[in-house]
Write a protein that binds this ligand. Structure first.
Ligand code: AMP
Ligand code: TRP
Length: 355
């Protein structure tokens, strides 16, 4: 068999609340960079959003708003696919098959579930528990080989590989019989599998942007304090104010990276600065080491405003034309459906589901 799985980038963002600087630097900005040399599919994962109760109107607005952010950040929808997950019913269908492949034990170890479910796990939705099998389905429906995400998604991508590997193993004879396999190297073994073992792309200076109020917590859309994050909808004044009020310690910036140890807030501001200016933290400190935060913060604010406001103003312009966004999503959905239908046809055949 000369089948080869072509490289394909897949990633997704949930339409819940406002996008933050963490989403932009950890994910969306990297989606844009990857489109130069890869064929990419970027999804707005609305089915993931409803694992926690959402207001229906807000969900629709947020779905369009994430799509607008993709486009405003520079994703070329004439060359790559942008769509919302629920349009392509095969996501839910493949997720069901994967629910029957993944083990309870695997899912019970997922830290995101533990965090989101909180103390009263009995009250969490079943969807929240099985969320990672849907994520695996998102990626593997397109046989995605590379997935750019922030650091918090690492465990979900490991699970995606475990699911692909177990599926390939459980059905290895059938996959070979149907001639649907692709040779791949796993450890030292060459095996014949249907699904690729996806590579996470978690790299660069911004895989984990922290809260502006607490340098040990992730910057998150769902943090109750709006001062903890920079939203992609913030005005210039908001951004400047949030950076001015960001928590720091009383010491000036160190001159070396080692000096950031045990100073999580200082480390976070330096890595945000580095990510926005494409500089290593060491280089930032060469320039600003010894300066007090009262001097560093206004410069950081200016850099952040310069990077973010062109995107936010383009998002605003796009959001005024929901019909355009809807047409992008519909068109992307059609292209995604064509690929998804093919994969699902194979999967039905492999598993033994009559068409
Ligand atoms: P979510 O908002 O959970 O759908 O996340 C969308 C993408 O943004 C995922 O790839 C996350 O890993 C990434 N992301 C979210 N928050 C951060 C953060 N604080 N720092 C870096 N990446 C983040
Ligand atoms: N779980 C991801 C997050 O919360 C979003 C997501 C859903 C995703 N499906 C995906 C990311 C597939 C990458 C690939 O950020």
């Amino acid at each position: 068999m000369s089948n080869e799985i072509p490289q394909r980038v897949f990633s997704g963002v949930q339409p819940t609340g406002n996008l933050t600087l963490g989403n932009y630097l950890g994910a969306i900005r990297r989606f844009v960079a990857l489109q130069e040399h890869h064929s990419c599919i970027y999804c707005v994962v609305d089915l993931h959003a409803i694992t926690i109760a959402q207001d229906p109107r807000e969900l629709m607005d947020a779905t369009r708003s994430v799509a607008a952010a993709y486009i405003a950040a520079g994703i070329d929808v004439s060359k790559h696919i942008v769509f919302n997950q629920s349009r392509v019913h095969q996501h839910a269908e493949l997720a069901w098959v994967f629910n029957c492949i993944a083990r309870m034990g695997w899912l019970s170890r997922m830290t995101q579930f533990k965090e989101k479910a909180g103390k009263d796990r009995e009250k969490a939705s079943v969807g929240l528990f099985s969320y990672p099998t849907l994520m695996a389905a998102d990626i593997l429906l397109y046989r995605g080989t590379h997935v750019p995400v922030g650091d918090d998604q690492k465990q979900h991508l490991e699970l995606t590989r475990d699911i692909a590997q177990k599926f390939n193993n459980d059905f290895s004879d059938r996959i070979a019989e149907l001639g649907l396999g692709v040779e791949m190297e796993i450890g030292r073994e060459i095996v014949n599998g249907y699904f690729p073992l996806t590579e996470p792309l978690i790299e660069g200076p911004a895989t984990r942007i922290m809260s502006l109020r607490d340098g040990t917590k992730k910057m998150s859309k769902s943090d109750p304090s709006d001062m903890s994050r920079i939203n992609l909808t913030d005005t210039e004044d908001d951004i400047a104010k949030k950076i001015r009020k960001a928590k720091t310690d009383p010491e000036p910036l160190p001159s070396e990276v080692e000096g950031l140890e045990n100073r999580p807030e200082a480390a976070n501001l330096v890595s945000i600065f580095g990510a926005l200016t494409d500089k290593e933290p060491g280089t930032v400190l060469q320039e600003y080491g010894g300066k007090p935060f009262s001097e560093f913060k206004p410069i950081l604010a200016e850099v952040a405003i310069d990077a973010i406001t062109p995107i936010t103003s383009e998002m605003r312009r796009l959001s005024a034309d929901p019909a355009y966004i809807d047409s992008v999503l519909a068109n992307g959905g059609e292209q995604a459906s064509a690929i998804a239908a093919e994969t699902m046809r194979d999967v039905r055949d492999i598993v033994g589901l009559l068409a």
